[in-house]
Write a protein that binds this ligand. Structure first.
Ligand SMILES: *Cc1c(COP(=O)(O)O)cnc(C)c1O
Length: 388
């Protein structure tokens, strides 16, 4: 096959004239920071995911951090999450001075294993924090049953899971708080940004206050005609607020969220079909009652069937001008976590194994048909060339 001249990036945002017009409109409005566009984005977002309350923040990480603070997580408490995630999920637990407990994942879908949560949960566990990895919802019924029995809260790391569904309902209200990310590579983007959703108005109000220095509600209004110069700091807060420029992007992206999902699902469908009978390449099996938001498309290299492993496979794709990534380097393998907690690779054997075999292929709405089939043909060619 002919090598393409231009590098195919691993991920690209999908920005149209309406995103651009929204940001320009905000710039011309003279209101740049948190304001009417953020409020509108929150409203539309809560409608989209079908959760009564939403609060916008400047990142998903900020959302995870404030979710734990709002639920009262502090020194002496524990939080259970998965090793198979981006470091932010674990970092926020330590920022709260709580104990981090990792529960290994399931080999068939990379998601946290409810059985492992059950083994590790104890009275000190204030929060269980599943990650819907790659956009595939975790086993929420099982997780909820375990958490409820232990009187633990649930915070969903839904950074990958906008538009995902579990048993016919959109992700965004299964836990006490759900947290989305609008980082540049995520299913919709605001450049940087995040959103929490919840069914609990008190939690939403508290997170909104904590996200703006701990200043009372609607602090952003103090420079408007209806605002007042007077404000009170009621909590020790953070500077985690979203700007109207980001919200303008988000509003335009949210309008096309379903279309973006469709495009991702179509690409995943082509990959699934083409790799189904390909020796040495493993893909996710479909699961009943779940809509995968297809944020990532991970494949597993079976080095019993192929003469090369994951790293070489990535190199071969790179030679063909195809960008890939690895999701994720598990938390327990990072030097900071190894040194601080004495983690060994064998502590979470499934996560360690999956990490060693997995890579993520490009999957994003801007891919053309020929981009998609270029990836397909190269994956097939490499798998055949290095067949044992
Ligand atoms: C992207 C991501 C986050 C953090 O979101 P930011 O908006 O980048 O702060 C958290 N968890 C997971 C699993 C992510 O992929």
């Amino acid at each position: 096959m002919k090598k393409r001249d231009k590098f195919l990036p691993f991920a690209l945002p999908y920005i149209t004239n309406s995103e651009i017009a929204g940001v320009v409109d905000t710039l011309k409005s003279n209101w740049l920071t948190t304001g009417p566009k953020v409020r509108k984005f929150e409203e539309k977002f809560s409608g989209y995911v079908n959760a009564p309350y939403a609060a916008a923040l400047n990142s998903g990480t900020a959302g995870l951090h404030l979710a734990l603070i709002a639920l009262g997580v502090k020194k002496g408490d524990s939080v259970i999450t998965t090793p198979y995630t981006f470091c932010a999920t674990a970092n926020v637990v330590l920022e709260c001075k709580a104990k981090l407990i990792l529960a290994d994942v399931k080999e068939d879908d990379y998601n946290i294993d409810p059985y492992e949560i059950g083994k590790k949960i104890n009275k000190k566990v204030k929060v269980v924090m599943p990650v819907h990895i790659g956009g595939l919802p975790a086993d929420m019924d099982e997780i909820k049953a375990i958490a409820r029995k232990n009187r633990s809260y649930i915070v969903e790391d839904a950074a990958h899971a906008l538009s995902a569904e579990y048993k016919g309902k959109k992700v965004g209200s299964f836990g006490d708080i759900s947290v989305f990310s609008f980082y540049a590579t995520k299913n919709i983007t605001t450049g940087e940004g995040g959103m929490i959703t919840t069914r609990n108005k008190k939690l939403k109000d508290l997170i909104a206050v904590l996200g703006l220095h701990g200043i009372g509600k609607d602090a952003w209004k103090r420079y408007t005609a209806e605002g007042s110069w007077y404000y009170e700091v009621t909590h020790l807060g953070y500077k985690y607020n979203m700007t109207d420029m980001q919200a303008a992007l988000g509003l335009a992206q949210l309008k096309i969220a379903d279309k973006l999902l469709d495009l991702r699902v179509k690409i995943a469908g082509i990959y699934d079909r083409e790799f189904k009978n390909l020796d040495g390449i493993g893909t996710l099996k479909p699961q009943n009652n779940k809509v995968n938001a297809r944020h990532l498309y991970m494949i597993r290299i079976n080095d019993k069937a192929l003469k090369i492993g994951r790293n070489r496979f990535i190199d071969e794709l790179k030679k063909a001008n195809i960008g890939t990534s690895v999701h994720f380097i598990p938390v327990h393998l990072h030097p900071y976590y190894r040194k601080t907690f004495g983690f060994k690779p064998s502590d979470f054997p499934v996560a360690t194994k999956l990490y060693g075999q997995s890579l993520s292929l490009p999957i994003y709405p801007k891919m053309s048909k020929s981009d998609i089939y270029y990836v397909v043909e190269n994956v097939k060619a490499i798998a055949r060339r290095f067949k044992r």
